[in-house]
Structures are given as structure tokens and as C-alpha cells.
Design a protein around this ligand. Structure first.
Ligand code: CIR
Length: 251
């Protein structure tokens, strides 16, 4: 049977130098981050995913946020041209692993794209126009998919998926005050103003940030199972549950 693979990368000793909008008040506890990352991997394995775990890349503090390096569509993976200089070297070592499983192409350097800005749904692909991702990325991505690729303005927060996640059955979990929602009106909404907006749905199971109990209740009422995962150390560096993996469904 075809397996789903999750590519992840553990935090290294430099993780407390990760880019953050709030680090001054909240220093990262690396030991705790490592334990939380191990729990995240366990959760993925319990769901039934094959986890490919890359060694930490100490010269790149943000390297555990692997999602930003790669976008995966059905039959192709795309290397993201990251805007943030300190993150540009993260890709090659992870792309080397991904290429063993799926064809990879590069987007042109005129595109700026972080994977955290790409929200893939059954019918459409939404791309956050954020401080990291430009309109050129929208045009470039459109060449690799038959789905419409739709830009969405990010008003607040790092990426589009900081503020909206698709969980299946036409349902999104979102903070509507942080993104331009016009193009998202056809979905059913579960609203939040917290970390629940970045949750990771794998089949019928939704991983959600620890403490988001109200949102988890609402998600279960829609027929999903939920599992709370504590990633507080990663949230200090503006990351969420989707950021910590690249999910590849083998077809
Ligand atoms: C950054 O600023 O790039 C990292 N500290 C956080 C990246 C989070 N990634 C994601 O949402 N996909």
C-alpha cells in the first residue's frame, strides 16, 4: 500500500537564534524544543506516516521549519526560492532526500516563496502574498498545476497558513482578521484568533496546538479526530504544526 511520508528536521543547538517576532520576551528552551519535536514525530508515526528525519543543520537556526523549503503537488515537488537570506541554504539537503521519492523542479529566482504561504485544497490552491512570498510565485506555481492558483493578502502574521488551515470536507480553520478572506467564503469556517489556525490534517485526524481545546471540540463536532501537540518552543519562533514537516502522499 502507498505510504505517506513526512520529512522533518530536528532543532539544533542554534535553534534559539531562529527568526522571531517575539524572542526578546520569550527565549527558546532548546532541550524542550527537542522533546517537543520528538513528540511531534511520535504523533505522525502513530497516525501511520513514514517519518524521514534529517539531522539538525546547525548553520541554519530555522531549519526545523522544513515546510518553507518545498511545495508538494500531486506528482511534483517544487523547491522554494526563499526570500529570507538566512534560510536560503536549508533547501539542498532536504531536497536531496525528497528527490528519491518524487520529481523535483525549481521555481525561478524572481519568485519569492515560503511553503508556509501555500494552502492546497481539493479544488484550488491559495498563495499568501506576505513579507516572504510575492505575486511572481503565484504565476510560477500555476505552471505546475491544473488547479486555479489564487493570491490571498496576508494582513498580519508571518504566512498564510499561520492564519488558515484546510482540514478536509470543505472546512477551514482560520483567523479571519489576519488575512483577506474574500476568496475563502465558499468554505465552512471554524474561527479562532490563536494558534489553532495552523493545524495539520492527515486524513481524518487533525493535529492541533496544545491548549486549543475549544477549536478542537469544534473540529471533532465536524466528524474529525483531534490530537493536541505541544509545540510552544516553535511557536515562540513564529512556527506552527504544518511548518515542521513536508508531507508527501505517495500515489
Ligand atoms: C521564520 O521566520 O522563517 C521562522 N522563524 C518561522 C517559519 C515558520 N514556518 C512556517 O510557518 N511554514
Amino acid at each position: 500500500m502507498a505510504k505517506t511520508i513526512a520529512f522533518v528536521r530536528s532543532p539544533g543547538p542554534s535553534f534559539n537564534e531562529a527568526i522571531s517576532s517575539n524572542l526578546k520576551n520569550q527565549p527558546i528552551d532548546i532541550k524542550r524544543a527537542c522533546l517537543q519535536h520528538e513528540s511531534y514525530i511520535s504523533a505522525l508515526k502513530e497516525i501511520g506516516l513514514d517519518v524521514i528525519s534529517l539531522p539538525s543543520a546547525d548553520e541554519y537556526p530555522d531549519a526545523p521549519f522544513v515546510e518553507d523549503t518545498t511545495v508538494v503537488f500531486d506528482h511534483i515537488a517544487l523547491a522554494c526560492p526563499n526570500k529570507e537570506k538566512s534560510r536560503r541554504g536549508e533547501g539542498p539537503s532536504i531536497h536531496k532526500e525528497i528527490k528519491k521519492h518524487i520529481t523535483m523542479k525549481a521555481l525561478p529566482p524572481s519568485a519569492n516563496l515560503d511553503g508556509g504561504d501555500v494552502l492546497n485544497t481539493e479544488e484550488k490552491i491559495f498563495v499568501g502574498i506576505s513579507s516572504r512570498t510575492n505575486l511572481e510565485a503565484v504565476n510560477s506555481l500555476a505552471k505546475f498545476t491544473t488547479k486555479p492558483v489564487i493570491p490571498v493578502k496576508v494582513i498580519r502574521g508571518l504566512h498564510l497558513k499561520t492564519s488558515v488551515s484546510y482540514i478536509g470536507n470543505n472546512i477551514i480553520v482560520l483567523d479571519p482578521s489576519s488575512i483577506e478572506t474574500t476568496s475563502l467564503r465558499t468554505f465552512k469556517w471554524i474561527e479562532t484568533n490563536g494558534h489553532a489556525a495552523n493545524c495539520l490534517a492527515i486524513g481524518n485526524i487533525v493535529l492541533i496546538s496544545k491548549g486549543c481545546t475549544e477549536e478542537a471540540d469544534k473540529i471533532r463536532l465536524k466528524g474529525f479526530k483531534t490530537r493536541e501537540v505541544d509545540i510552544s518552543e516553535f511557536e515562540k519562533a513564529d512556527g506552527g504544526l504544518t511548518c515542521l514537516s513536508i508531507i508527501l502522499k505517495k500515489i
